[in-house]
Design a protein around this ligand. Structure first.
Ligand SMILES: [Fe+2]
Ligand SMILES: [Fe+2]
Length: 210
């Protein structure tokens, strides 16, 4: 009974834009892992476990590229914006180009981390990771602040509610009942394997006296 009550609590509706933005949260945490790995690869290549990066790239592929990008943004968000025209429509073309470039970089990460030691690939991999992080930080921030609000404006309230449910349905089809929770768990494990779990370690130092 306990489990059911918990489950019912989780059934509170997640509207489409919130859904997309919290998915960005998972993807951004993967970018933070990539950024940290790129720094370590430059300083001490042996300190980066290829397996952790491989898991990060697999998560980005399944949750980011195959689901969030392909099944939500490319299937519903961008087509509605293209129909409406304006700034958001022209940004959509760039965003699609970036999805495709991201997939090429993910493919590269998956291929070079499929090894026990990164060795000779370390510096090229660090460069690819930095490029990916720079692109996708810009990409997801534009989506959160321009694309998703424009999309919400472009469709009716009824359509928005309908699509909020549809997005949930797609998530369940793709990953089962707990898609988002599983992704949170996975990124947490990847962070743990690189010593990045403790949030307090990222609290900035006190600034120097002015
Ligand atoms: Fe996107
Ligand atoms: Fe996105």
């Amino acid at each position: 009974m306990q489990a059911k009550t918990e489950k019912e609590g989780k059934e509170k509706e997640v509207a489409a834009a919130e859904d997309l933005m919290r998915e960005h949260g998972i993807l951004r945490r993967t970018l933070l892992v990539y950024g940290e790995a790129a720094t370590r690869l430059t300083q001490r290549p042996d300190s980066v476990s290829p397996e952790a990066l491989q898991r990060g790239a697999k998560l980005f592929r399944s949750f980011g590229e195959e689901y969030h990008e392909k099944q939500l943004e490319e299937a519903f968000i961008f087509p509605a914006l293209k129909k409406k025209g304006g700034e958001a429509a022209s940004l959509s073309d760039v965003l699609i180009t970036q999805h495709n470039r991201g997939r090429e970089i993910t493919e590269y990460i998956l291929s070079v981390t499929n090894t026990a030691k990164l060795g000779a690939n370390a510096s090229a991999l660090a460069e690819a990771l930095r490029g990916f992080v720079r692109m996708y930080e810009n990409h997801s921030a534009r989506e959160d602040s321009i694309i998703f609000p424009a999309w919400k404006d472009a469709i009716s309230g009824a359509e928005y509610s309908e699509l909020s449910e549809k997005f949930e349905e797609i998530e369940h089809q793709q990953f089962g009942e707990d898609g988002f929770d599983d992704a949170v768990k996975q990124i947490g494990e990847i962070e743990a394997s690189l010593g990045l779990v403790d949030l307090a370690q990222f609290t900035a130092s006190i600034p120097p006296p002015a």
